[in-house]
Design a protein around this ligand. Structure first.
Ligand code: SAM
Length: 232
């Protein structure tokens, strides 16, 4: 079963994002990204999981429609980034912050962007071709109200597992890297050891790929459901 945020954890995330939008407006900084360039470096790593057949160009007549779920979509900037890269998924974004959803819908009313966390929805196995997540597991959710219990990333792992179940082709997500000292000064953010996440993913996924070295404090993981030779 997919973990649920407690009411307090949910409210904390919603409040942080409401305040950040009040402070920064509809900018990457409201999403806790320092710049748009940093946000887009993460997007670029996510889309590198996609086979050539997802990219639409005059040369690629075999392009097929494909679906994407973006978990913790913020303003749905990933969808706009994809358009610039000739990617036109059947896009759905979900976000636990109503203010983010309002912002996303304000910029693109036609997009399917819905308020909620993953466990709020009854998505079925293999429902989306790809499921992606950028930054939505950076919020501290593992500490209880007294600040005592550390559940060792249980919430994040449960979301990753669910993303895998509801994807048909694969999953791409990023997390903050705990191997760098900066995390000691950012107790509001949650970070992970790549090896631990990789081992966790290997316990259920048929093919797990770690991508690192593109930013000091971040890593990306691909979970392919089909053997990679099948993809392009
Ligand atoms: C760092 S921002 C990134 C937004 C977007 N993915 C991007 O890169 O532009 C994280 C987003 O995830 C949302 N979020 C945080 N925890 C979440 C959760 N458990 N489920 C769904 N959304 C969540 C926040 O409201 C916020 O909009």
């Amino acid at each position: 079963m997919t973990s649920k945020l407690t009411a307090i954890q949910r409210l904390r995330i919603q409040t942080r994002h409401r305040v950040s939008i009040e402070n920064y407006g509809y900018q990457p900084q409201a999403l806790f990204w320092s710049t748009q360039a940093i946000q887009e470096i993460r997007f670029q790593k996510l889309i590198e999981i996609l086979p050539q057949s997802c990219f639409q160009s005059e040369l690629n007549e075999s392009h097929q429609a494909w679906s994407l779920l973006d978990v913790g979509c913020g303003f749905a900037d990933l969808q706009r980034y994809m358009l610039k890269q000739q990617l036109f998924p059947d896009y759905t974004g979900i976000d636990v912050s109503p203010d983010m959803v309002r912002g996303a819908k304000g910029m693109a009313p036609e997009l399917s962007v819905i308020e909620g966390e993953l466990s709020d929805f009854e998505y079925t196995n293999n429902q989306f071709d790809y499921v992606m997540l950028s930054g939505a597991l950076n919020e501290v959710v593992e500490t209880d109200i007294e600040g005592l219990a550390n559940q060792q990333g249980d919430y994040a792992k449960s979301v990753i597992r669910k993303m895998y179940e509801i994807s048909r082709q694969g999953v791409a997500f990023n997390l903050l890297d705990r191997r760098f000292a900066w995390h000691e000064t950012r107790t509001d953010l949650q970070s992970f050891y790549p090896q631990e996440i990789i081992e966790y993913c290997q316990s259920f996924a048929i093919q797990v790929t770690l991508v690192e070295g593109y930013l000091e404090n971040d890593f990306t993981v691909y979970l392919h459901k089909q053997p990679s030779g099948f993809r392009s």
